[in-house]
Design a binder for this molecule. Structure first.
Ligand SMILES: *Cc1c(COP(=O)(O)O)cnc(C)c1O
Length: 311
């Protein structure tokens, strides 16, 4: 899987986008890259149904439901009642005939356990995917994405001084930082938190990296991992799926100037934050890579929520 890297802005810095949103399955995005790895594993293990969880706006659940439908296996989604309003993603999950169980957020864990036990009791062989495609396979997917970035740098004689992106469950972040550590690359990889706060947010990324490296039998000191993991938590606005006028205006500007859609939950929030970091830290004459992690259906939710002109 190779997604394009494009030079999108040339101003006081060169700003490139890696277009993960153009992955060619179900509107792409980082959830598509990760889910394709999980479905390879599902095939390898011969599992006959899949269980996962996430909110109604989850890109992960949409992609998993689409992959399951394409392979004609049932998909069970457990969702928190607190985030169950209809979105373009949830409309697609219905279209794919995913089986929903909407429960209060503190019942999610038990409901997953019960669902898995019930399926096994029926003689099924379910595969469980953590929310957001979290876990070592998801980390591997973004280590491989990092390798693509290195290949681009080599064949285009460019070095990215910074890599920015939206960090949620921390899996994308963990894969990219693992790549940096394994290659001993000199650059700053900056995850913009879209919801979680420090110290927990950053610790989840560090734990994911440790778990991944351990599974590969690779030893890198905790101190080195910690030094390399940059997780900024001051751009979360009012938390998950919240936006503000700065984010909304940034999305509008980028769409007009470049034709690239961002959304207010992930990519727009991270892009707006990146612009602020560049300004505040007075970063100039650098090559900066923004990873467009996808979430295109959320662009339409943004459009509906904030620009409800006459449709
Ligand atoms: C889930 C998601 C993220 C965050 O990725 P994680 O690996 O969960 O940190 C970023 N952007 C989009 C569009 C997403 O759907």
């Amino acid at each position: 899987m190779h997604t394009p890297i494009q030079l999108v802005y040339q101003n006081s810095n060169n700003i490139y986008f890696k277009r993960e949103d153009l992955i060619s399955f179900s509107f792409g995005g980082n959830k598509a890259r990760k889910a394709l790895y999980f479905f390879k594993e599902i095939e390898r293990l011969g599992c006959d149904c899949v269980v996962t969880y996430g909110s109604s706006s989850s890109n992960h659940c949409r992609v998993v439901a689409n992959l399951a439908a394409s392979r004609n296996i049932p998909c069970y989604i457990i969702g928190p009642e607190e985030a169950s309003g209809e979105t373009f993603n949830s409309a697609m999950m219905h279209l794919f005939n995913a089986q929903f169980q909407i429960v209060t957020i503190n019942q999610v864990h038990d409901t997953i356990e019960k669902t898995l036990a019930l399926l096994k009791a029926e003689g099924k062989n379910p595969y469980f995917i953590e929310g957001g495609g979290h876990g070592n396979l998801g980390t591997q997917a973004y280590l491989d994405c990092y390798t693509e970035i290195l290949e681009y740098e080599r064949s285009n004689a460019v070095h990215f001084d910074y890599i920015f992106f939206a960090s949620g469950t921390g899996t994308t972040h963990a894969g990219l930082v693992s790549g940096q550590l394994l290659n001993k690359d000199d650059r700053k990889i900056i995850g913009i938190s879209i919801a979680r706060k420090n110290p927990r947010g950053r610790q989840v990324v560090i734990d994911s990296i440790k778990s991944f490296l351990e599974s590969k039998g690779i030893e890198i000191s905790e101190e080195n991992i910690s030094r390399t993991t940059i997780f900024l938590d001051q751009y979360t606005a009012e938390g998950y799926a919240s936006s503000n006028s700065y984010i909304n205006e940034t999305i509008k500007t980028v769409l007009i100037e470049t034709g690239i859609p961002l959304d207010s939950t992930y990519t727009g929030k991270a892009y707006a934050a990146m612009m602020d970091v560049i300004k505040k830290q007075q970063i100039v004459n650098k090559n900066i890579l923004f990873i467009h992690t996808g979430g295109t259906p959320l662009f339409f939710d943004y459009l509906q929520r904030f620009w409800t002109f006459q449709i």
